[in-house]
Design a protein around this ligand. Structure first.
Ligand code: DQQ
Length: 545
């Protein structure tokens, strides 16, 4: 029916039908961006995992290609699971992936393009020597998966290193092991572990990459650690289904990564995204010298609903990833610049005052595909005089957008019907920490996003750093059933899946301020209607090649 059809997105990546999960082996090769993904061709639920494949010139318009790998060998007959691509110094491309074997053991396998001169990389060859890497004796055969992209061993130019996630059972520690290899056929486990963090459980989809300190560019995965180069370690926690990262120093000779701040270690500190976002993976785009992040955004409706609509899951908008040069303590993730080319008609509002307890409709045509940029300022006097503002505020345990505090919540309501029975709220909430220092929370409230009942609806979010003199800024990408929001230039991100039953054919936008004592000014609001990223033209062009 109409409502289910409406939930498909206009400019996010999704297969034509069926189930998708993790992004796999993203890479730029001979002029094309490639995206592989975990895929069930048999239906809209997880199972019998193959590798779906698509290619693009711009990360936005995709050409859907034949499945790249099927579970057709004993060493992957229970699933061709997650893996990564490595472009070798000579330009050759290899993929290492996890196979779930005929006895559901997790082993690592090598695959290479059958025709390396084909820029579309249609056919793949699994190596005769597979499996090339078995779980070490100390590791349970079910806890050994998702090899990373390999990087050059700084102490041995002929050798590559790569990490694999696992868990140590004694203290339920998540862990990343590192292997050295010269040919991707035989591997040597390095002594020790790259990192282990107690209590975090199985680390899935580990990612490990350098970031430039103060620089505005992305770095090749083999870039060596140094004064201007830090390393990010990311793990997807199987226990709580979130992607956590840490920023730290990589000591290659000791096979060790140490976080800058022990309180912000992997699995306990920072997340790529505070909403629905998992199993993410980055790649270095050598064409534009940037690092790009893809994340899997699952459904939060019921399995039954997924089966009846015939598909499940989206990929996040691809995001560039940089170290925040202003704070030094967090990453910035931001939609790739190509997203801006989808912007069509725009609407602008400036200096809109939102008094305490009010809602202001923004007069734009109802549409389900928009890009919003907004900046807010809280009345200065109110902030100064409110000393005891809600010490200990927390997005997830708060009353969301309907709660009322002294200095929040305020922000935007999207995918709202005109009576506001349905609305997804993206908001800021200023409070004081226990030591009375001002804190800004960035939250998204899904609790009124849909009238349907079989849906997980939460308030999600976290504090976001705001530096002296900065306004509160937000960017929101709305695309039918997904709302992806970024605060303070990407210091914090929140992704929600939403399933409006009323707002879907009259999606409106409002400003709101539910603070009791502070007036808020929306200094500037810009809204663009977003084009649909149809791939028809691309497919036609390819057929002509
Ligand atoms: N998904 C894959 C695994 C990975 C998990 C299986 C993460 O390789 O650990 O579909 O979502």
């Amino acid at each position: 029916n109409d409502m289910l059809q409406w939930q498909r997105t206009g400019f996010h990546f999704q297969p034509k039908r069926n189930w998708m999960n993790d992004p796999n082996a993203p890479v730029f090769y001979k002029g094309w961006y490639h995206l592989f993904y975990q895929y069930n061709r048999g239906g809209a639920i997880w199972g019998n995992i193959t590798w779906g494949h698509a290619a693009s010139r711009d990360l936005i318009h995709w050409l859907h290609l034949p499945l790249a790998m099927l579970p057709d060998q004993w060493y992957d007959s229970n699933g061709v699971w997650t893996g990564s691509a490595t472009v070798l110094p000579n330009g050759n491309l290899i993929i290492l992936y996890t196979g779930s074997t005929n006895t559901t053991s997790q082993v690592q396998n090598l695959a290479v393009p059958a025709d390396p001169s084909d820029p579309l990389l249609i056919n793949w060859k699994k190596h005769d020597a597979n499996p090339v890497l078995l779980p070490p004796p100390s590791v349970l055969p079910h806890d050994f998966r998702d090899p990373t992209t390999a990087w050059s061993d700084p102490s041995d130019p002929s050798s590559f290193l790569l990490a694999i996630g696992s868990k140590l059972d004694d203290r339920h520690s998540g862990v990343a092991y590192v292997y050295a290899t010269e040919d991707f056929l035989s591997f040597r486990l390095l002594p020790g572990v790259l990192r282990a963090v107690e209590g975090t459980g199985m680390w899935e989809c580990v990612d490990f990459f350098p970031v430039s300190v103060g620089g505005q560019i992305g770095l090749d995965t083999s870039e060596k650690a140094g004064e201007r180069v830090k390393h990010v370690l990311k793990a997807s926690l199987d226990d709580d289904r979130h992607d956590y990262y840490g920023i730290g120093t990589y000591y290659a000779e000791e096979n060790k990564w140490v976080p800058d701040d022990a309180e912000m270690d992997v699995g306990i500190g920072l997340r790529y995204d505070w909403g629905k976002f998992y199993a993410a993976k980055t790649f270095f785009d050598r064409q534009k010298r940037r690092r790009v992040l893809w994340g899997w955004v699952g459904e939060t409706d019921s399995e039954r609903a997924d089966v009846s609509k015939g598909w499940a899951s989206l990929m996040s908008i691809p995001r560039t990833i940089l170290l925040d040069s202003k704070t030094g303590s967090n990453l910035l993730t931001w939609p790739v610049e190509e997203v801006n080319f989808l912007r069509t008609r725009s609407y602008q509002f400036s200096s809109v005052s939102i008094s305490p307890g009010s809602i202001v409709p923004l007069n734009i045509p109802a549409t389900a595909q928009i890009d919003i940029e907004a900046e807010f300022q809280v009345e200065h006097a109110a902030v100064e005089s409110t000393l005891e503002a809600d010490v200990g505020y927390n997005c997830s345990t708060s009353g969301g957008a309907a709660g009322r505090g002294m200095l929040g919540p305020f922000g935007l309501l999207v995918l709202a019907d005109k009576e506001l029975r349905e609305q997804t709220a993206t908001y800021f909430y200023v409070s004081r920490a226990a030591d009375y220092v001002l804190q800004t929370h960035f939250c998204q409230d899904e609790s009124r996003s849909s009238g349907a009942s079989d849906i997980v609806k939460r308030v999600v979010g976290h504090t976001v750093p705001v530096l002296n003199g900065e306004m509160l800024s937000v960017r929101i990408l709305v695309d039918h059933s997904i709302v992806e929001s970024f605060a303070q230039g990407g210091r914090s991100a929140i992704t929600s899946r939403v399933y409006p039953t009323k707002a879907f054919n009259s999606a409106k936008v409002f400003l709101f301020n539910n603070a009791t004592s502070a007036s808020v000014k929306a200094r500037s609001i810009r809204i663009w209607e977003m084009d649909t990223s149809f791939s028809h033209n691309l497919e036609a062009n390819i057929q002509r090649l």
